[in-house]
Write a protein that binds this ligand. Structure first.
Ligand code: FAD
Length: 550
């Protein structure tokens, strides 16, 4: 067996190592256009911020180590230029010499990744304008930062820009993020990004939403980013993080099928439309686990796993890729934002019925010092409680809960399963009723009809707002510190004695801080004959929906 692999980082290097473990006899050649293989893309922003001070730590392995340990023929600075499917060969350009040669294959794996998008606007090629994909980009950005940069403008409000923002703040560089859309972190629902918007402001990052760069101009002090609003932002460093495009040229030129967003089409065995050619990683189109639709999700986990699976199939071990559910996480200083499965907006777009709940638990027992707050949002099927998606924001412990929920979604679990999950508990790690159990109780209670809930974003805007009686059941002090406009305050402990103050002919929406006292109030009101529902997630959820810039 002669196996050629194009691309030597996440997907390609995983495929190569797996291939060797499966066959000592195979001839395996790994082509990589750049000078490095298997480097840690995900660590690049942290090297710029000096969190990962030693550049060598970013080299997970080297061509020499891949050769000595795995007997791989690793050819760096070697660009595969074309595939001849009928001759089973590729044309390779040695970038050091410019020489070209042919290499034949029995099987070929494409792991070419995705390239950062560079919009064709005036000034895009000026010095000081970058994208971030590899160690060379990192070196340029870092050396310029080391020489002294006062201001950086990050275009795009996605994961890479936010990670860079943290690192530039650490370096004392004035940081501005410009995002064309109306929210940062596009995969998330907008209200779940509100805490991060506050965190950005707290760390001095300027965030401009609804704006984009139209041109870049050279000035005496560096650069100026000209926005569509007319605003001009001075900067010495400008980095575009406005999405990536699958590197599909080899595939397209070889008439392999690609999807509408350019991802190489593969089957569950990661075979392209040519059964001798496999493709993995950011370059391919995958199946969304929740919707079943083809999607494009550039993440390291899927790329690594796909590399293994493709190698398995090359050597006759039938392995299937289950699809991608977009489990992703972002750290910004002490704040964590994490997501898995479908977002509410994608369910709405797909016209798929769903219900949702919010809970705001502590990450471990409240009586043990140092608990961090978090918000979890669950999306599930109203007919059977099947989990469709989850998002978590807050401090410590968000990562663990999203990972549990990611497994639950992959296993096809329901909100009723979350009620029953047995999770590790000691006071410094969790609670006897873990946040996952709490989310399950609230969601299952909603579906069983025990716990009628109403969404805060609907009861606070017309026409529902005019027809709903808002009842705040928190203490007068909590009420005084902030409440939903128009609400009446009757603390839950006084509610049974003050029912005569409530209307019998109106829907009552009861709320507290996080939903717990609102739930009790709802039960009291329902049993007293009122039409009542709990405002899901209480005042804290209301705050998520408030404009963070107001
Ligand atoms: P890549 O890792 O991009 O590798 C493709 C390689 O193929 C490239 O090195 C390229 O030079 C080479 N190549 C392309 N065409 C040819 C050719 N014709 N001939 C030879 N070689 C070729 N994901 C996460 O899940 N979590 C994170 O925290 C995270 N952080 C990230 C931070 C940054 C700054 C970046 C850039 C990405 C991050 N990612 C993260 C995304 C993750 O790195 C990618 O999803 C993953 O690397 C994709 O793997 P891949 O093998 O498909 O492509």
């Amino acid at each position: 067996m002669k196996l050629l692999i194009v691309g030597g980082v996440a997907g390609g290097a995983s495929a190569a190592a797996r291939a060797r473990r499966l066959s000592e006899d195979a001839e395996i050649i790994l082509f990589e256009r750049g000078p490095d293989v298997s480097f840690a893309n995900c660590g690049l922003p942290y090297h710029i911020g000096n969190e990962i001070a030693d550049r060598n730590k970013l080299l997970v392995t080297t061509p020499e180590r891949l050769h000595s340990r795995f007997k791989l023929d690793v050819r760096t600075r070697s660009s595969v230029e074309a595939i001849d499917r009928s001759a089973h060969s590729v044309r390779v350009r040695d970038l050091a010499t410019g020489n070209e040669y042919e290499e034949t294959y029995d099987k070929l794996i494409l792991a070419t990744g995705a390239a950062p998008f560079r919009p064709s606007i005036p000034g895009i090629d000026l010095p000081g304008v970058f994208t971030l994909r590899n160690l060379q980009d990192t070196d340029h950005i870092k050396s310029q930062t080391d020489r002294g940069v006062k201001q950086v403008v990050l275009l795009g409000g996605g994961f890479i820009s936010l990670e860079l923002a943290e690192n530039f703040v650490r370096r004392g560089v004035a940081t501005t993020i410009v995002e064309r859309g109306d929210q940062i972190l596009a995969p998330f629902d907008k209200e779940m990004t509100t805490p991060l918007v506050h965190e950005l402001a707290r760390h001095g990052v300027t965030l401009l939403l609804g704006q984009s760069a139209e041109a870049l101009e050279k000035t005496a002090d560096g650069l100026e980013v000209c926005l569509n609003s007319g605003q001009r932002l001075p900067a010495q460093l400008v980095i575009f993080g406005v999405g990536v495009r699958p590197e599909n040229k080899l595939a397209v030129d070889a008439s392999l099928e690609v999807g509408p967003r350019g991802g190489i089409r593969v089957n569950e065995y990661l075979q392209t439309t040519d059964p001798n050619i496999y493709a993995v990683g950011d370059a391919v189109e995958v199946r969304d686990v929740v919707s079943g639709e083809p999607i494009q999700v550039p993440l390291a986990g899927p790329a690594n796993r796909q590399g293994r699976i493709a190698a398995d199939n090359v050597f006759g071990h039938r392995a299937t890729y289950r699809g991608t559910q977009g489990t992703a996480i972002l750290g910004f200083f002490d704040h964590t934002s994490a997501i898995t499965g479908a977002a509410e907006k994608s369910l709405r777009r797909a016209n798929r019925p769903y219900r949702k709940i919010y809970v705001h638990p502590l990450h471990h027992a409240g009586y043990y010092p140092g608990a961090d707050a978090m918000t979890l949002k669950l999306l599930f099927d109203p007919s059977n409680g099947l989990l469709l998606g989850a998002q978590g924001v807050g401090g410590r412990g968000v990562d663990k809960r999203i990972d549990v929920l990611a497994v639950a979604i992959q296993a096809g679990m329901t909100v009723f399963d979350l009620e029953e999950m047995e999770l590790a508990y000691a006071p410094q790690y969790g609670s006897a009723k873990d946040p996952i159990n709490m989310a399950g109780f609230v969601a299952a209670g909603l579906l069983r009809g025990e716990h009628p809930q109403i969404n805060v974003e609907t009861v606070t805007v017309p026409p529902a707002a005019e027809q709903t009686f808002l009842l705040d059941v928190r203490t007068p002090q909590e009420f005084a510190e902030g409440h939903i406009p128009g609400a009446k305050n009757i603390p839950v402990d006084e509610l049974r004695g003050r029912l005569d103050e409530l209307p019998c002919d109106q829907q009552i929406a009861a709320y507290c801080q996080v939903g717990q006292r609102g739930y009790l109030a709802t039960r009291i009101l329902l049993q007293a004959g009122f039409a009542a529902a709990n405002v899901g997630g209480g005042y804290k959820t209301y705050q998520l929906w408030q404009d963070p810039f107001a």
